[in-house]
Ligand binder design. Sequence first.
Ligand code: FAD
Length: 468
Amino acid sequence: TQADHHCDVLVLGAGPGGYTAAFRAADLGKQVILIERYEQIGGVCLNVGCIPSKALLHVSSILNETREMADHGVTFAEPTIDLDKLRGFKNGVISKLTGGLKQLAKQRKVTILQGVGQFSGPNLLTVTAADGSQTTVGFTNAVIAAGSQPVKLPFIPHDDPRVMDSTDALDLADIPARMLVIGGGIIGLEMAQVYASLGTKITIVELADTIIPGADKDMTRPLLKAIRKRYENIYLGSKVTAVTATPDGLDVNFEGKDAPATDRFDKILVAVGRAPNGKKLNLEAAGVNVDDRGFIAVDQRMQTNVPHIHAIGDIVGQPMLAHKAVHEGKVAAEVICGHHAAFTPITIPSVAYTDPEIAWAGQTEEQLKAAGVDYEKGAFPWAASGRSLSLGRDEGITKALFDKETHRLLGVGIVGPNAGELIAEAVLAMEMGADMTDIGLTIHPHPTLSETLGFAAEMAEGTITDLM
Ligand code: FAD
């Protein structure tokens, strides 16, 4: 076919997976075209995900801390919040990063075409620009990195501007008086925290009987305790059955053990998960299989059923996390360039950047129990950590799980301030095949929160000498 553009490697979608694959392929000498519907590259993570949420959570944790300082003898006046300036700070962080990415693309001579891409054949993609004009791109190899989008619920008036998804919530249009967050997962709880610290009264409703159902309950309990104090209501094992938009508010019907029959809110955030974009790419034209939900199946080389077409990131499955997409993107590019690469991590860590943070890697205790694995556990309470107490915090726990026979590290859960930073050591330990003696003998600096992993290993070993 005669296409308008030609390249060695076409990358569809410029999120963390897509730009990583594009840059790696270009570094390895390929001619790369990157297709992105939005003007800014960076995908969900940079524009409406990881980064803006963390910028706002930083401000939120300072607000929380200044309020707690009164207990330590320092009382601040109530802060005044300039929403435009706060939004400006967040948008400034995004534009620094997306601008940097554009520079990196330029340096590598990666061509960026703006528009919506759909396959027209096994080696051809059609790109439709916002004005409706179309161009075609012929390619030798392709990497599909088109990501995911928020799930919508059929009984909710999503067209009403008072009903938000995470993208709308990150826009910070206003600070509602009362907000309902549907979904007690990581995204819902992070956004709830931002709005709560700005003054919104929060209600959370979650179908499961626990928040963040993927993590162990002993890890989520300290967060649940903290937000039970900070938020107006938390309804677990409960669900929303209907939402009616009225001029005075959003009238919500609930069902479940904790929830009332009805209540009225100023705004609703729907955070019930994300769905892959696999059904919107006309993949049939390329012969690429996509399942009912929109996921594309791949092997360890990130290859789809069509060997010259790869797929990476949220569109290939859980966990839908940026660091997974990045590593998969590298593998896809390297495989295309003839390297013997494969995506075979021992573990992909998860983090909730709430206050306290929750992080886990490897297997959870619930997973080990379900699989009937014999394990030994060391759980170090931060109430015995000098550093944690110096921060005015005592609710944290570092839990390490070891194979009973080999003593190898199988999983770690951490809850407490900075858990997201601390989990990286556990991930490295698991990748290196460390056992409890390795971790216990590793000298951690004192006094730090990082010591708690060493203490947890010593507790499992029974060699702990002092708790400080
Ligand atoms: P995406 O980032 O979704 O990028 C896909 C890109 O493809 C988009 O730019 C889209 O516009 C483009 N695209 C799609 N279809 C087409 C098409 N047909 N034509 C052209 N372009 C197209 N993950 C973490 O690891 N840590 C976090 O702290 C974190 N926080 C998050 C907070 C929120 C509020 C949300 C929503 C997500 C968060 N995530 C976080 C998840 C993370 O954002 C995703 O896992 C990650 O962005 C996935 O990367 P990706 O490359 O697969 O796709």
